[in-house]
Design a protein around this ligand. Structure first.
Ligand code: AMP
Ligand code: MG
Length: 411
């Protein structure tokens, strides 16, 4: 069973280890304005230059006071106001309180804020109807972030959760990693560009759209080298051009054993082949290697194989290359099969599937049906991969299945 049925196929985890070992992170750093920092990877730990909040401030609209004064009298005279941006200044006499708004600076010496709902106001006399505890409703200096704290570690992707944090700290420019440059092209005599009429036996090139869309989601600079026919000389030329322009070359098609499959031969001649066949379905004929200083990822031609191998194999490589050390693989969960999943032992299947939570809170997963590696339409109705382990055969309803909900790259 398992690997013995398919000798020579490399398990997915081994393939990922080799891909990662072969990848050296980019070292070039760029400085970008905060408005352009989203989707970039931090090149160093970012420490806070200030305390947040920078001054003790009120969490409520109410009155700042000294608890010692409140112990003497429940009614205190109003001595002034502190508004957000317009703090109370001057002398603050004993036995009085200060009107204060949310976010306004708490006057030095105040040790509590009482919310206005707990007061009775008669002219300048404020009567407090509730007791107060020390520091209540006061947000101390540095409560959220302390000056010098590492707020964002090196190797973090900047998202809507980090960009405003940097603004809070007054950081207007950020040191980020240079984006990986990825040159890509499709191969195949049968391929026409979108917009051209289809001749007999021809199909549209969709893989370049998959590759570009995913590369952009993976924060790469995508260099489109078009469609290359199944012609060894044209392929060689494009390989060498790609190697000069990019850190990584991604191609689709021509890595099988058909008569027009030249990609691997040219990789052999112009570079080095790392490995070739992987125990993954779809996506078995994946070629990896190097051409000059560029890494080479030769994806199969089948459209679903392109998406799956980019997701499973190329994504970790690009994350490492980009210096995205905080990258994590998509989360996996255990779900109960609602349908049968057809599978042969020998390869890890990444099947298109739909998960849902039923009325009892149980996680269920159903196949989308046709799992052909050209059946791209099922991807847009799927919301996860059913990741079916290499050694497993058919899965019957009720069995437990590992699922991987689509991550940000696929959503
Ligand atoms: P290949 O790996 O080159 O033998 O291609 C496998 C299958 O994928 C064939 O049916 C091709 O026509 C199809 N295919 C290859 N490249 C593309 C592409 N860029 N867009 C859509 N289908 C493709
Ligand atoms: Mg082909």
């Amino acid at each position: 069973m398992g690997c013995c049925d398919t000798p020579g196929l490399m398990p997915v985890s081994d393939a990922i280890s080799i891909l990662l070992e072969s990848t050296t992170p980019i070292t070039q750093i760029e400085s970008v304005a905060l408005v352009d920092a989203q989707n970039r990877i931090t090149a160093s730990d970012i420490c806070s230059p200030i305390n947040v909040p920078p001054f003790a401030n009120s969490a409520m609209d109410g009155y700042a006071l000294r608890l010692a004064d409140l112990a003497n009298s429940k009614t205190l005279k109003l001595a002034g106001k502190s508004f957000a941006g317009i703090p109370f200044e001057g002398e603050w006499p004993q036995g009085t309180c200060i009107r204060i708004m949310t976010g306004a600076e708490v006057p030095p010496g105040a040790d509590a804020v009482i919310m206005q709902e707990q007061t009775v106001v008669e002219g300048d006399n404020i009567t407090f109807t509730a007791d107060a505890t020390p520091q209540q409703n006061i947000r101390p200096v540095g409560d959220d972030v302390k000056q010098g704290d590492v707020v964002i570690p090196k190797g973090t992707l900047l998202t809507p959760r980090e960009v405003p944090l940097l603004a809070t700290l007054g950081i207007g420019t950020v040191e980020v990693m240079r984006k990986p440059r990825v040159a890509f092209f499709s191969t195949g005599d049968e391929l026409r560009q979108v917009g051209e009429p289809l001749g007999k036996g021809e199909i549209y090139d969709s893989n370049r759209y998959t590759i570009r869309a995913m590369l952009e989601k993976m924060q790469c600079e995508a260099i489109d080298l078009g469609v290359v026919p199944d012609c060894p000389e044209k392929l060689r030329e494009t390989f060498l051009k790609a190697a000069d322009e990019a850190d990584v070359i991604v191609t689709s098609g021509g890595v099988s054993v058909g008569e027009a499959d030249y990609t691997k031969d040219i990789l052999d001649q112009e570079g080095e082949v790392g490995f070739w066949k992987i125990a993954i379905k779809p996506g078995k004929p994946f070629a990896f290697g190097t051409v000059k200083n560029a890494l080479f990822c030769g994806l199969p031609g089948n459209p679903v194989s392109v998406l799956v191998t980019l997701h499973v194999l190329v994504q970790p490589l690009l994350a490492k290359l980009a210096g995205y050390t905080q990258w994590k693989p998509a989360i996996t969960l255990k779900a109960k099969a609602e349908t049968r999943f057809k599978k042969a032992p020998g390869r890890a299947d990444y099947q298109r599937a739909v998960y849902r939570v039923d009325e009892n809170g149980e996680l269920l997963v159903a196949t989308t049906g046709n799992q052909g590696s050209g059946a791209f339409s099922s991807l847009s109705v799927a919301n996860c991969f059913a990741v079916l382990e290499q050694d497993r055969g058919h899965i019957e309803p009720g069995e437990t299945v590992t699922i991987e909900p689509f991550n940000a790259v696929l959503n």
